[in-house]
Ligand binder design. Structure first.
Ligand code: SF4
Ligand code: SF4
Length: 69
């Protein structure tokens, strides 16, 4: 199951069939877009995203798609 998180031009999609909830995305994002909820990553305040793509690079399961990366 995939879930989209969108704000403005930016869309982040997380694939919950792949996400292990280990949180590399949480620690990699310089503006704290990600947090864990019930053992899975969620994205919030997408408007603060600086489109650096660190989250996509950090995810060992390739569970994150980002419209800018
Ligand atoms: S880095 Fe990937 S697998 Fe790990 S919590 Fe984030 S989205 Fe899930
Ligand atoms: S692209 Fe960069 S700023 Fe945006 S959510 Fe990913 S790590 Fe955070």
């Amino acid at each position: 199951m995939k879930k989209d998180f969108e704000e403005g031009e930016i869309k982040i999609t997380i694939d919950y069939d792949k996400c292990t909830g280990a949180g590399e995305c949480v620690t990699s994002c310089p503006v704290d877009i990600f947090e864990l909820a019930e053992g899975k990553a969620i994205a919030k305040d997408i408007g603060e995203c600086i489109e650096c793509c660190a989250c996509v690079a950090a995810c060992p399961k390739e569970a994150i798609e980002h419209s800018s990366c």
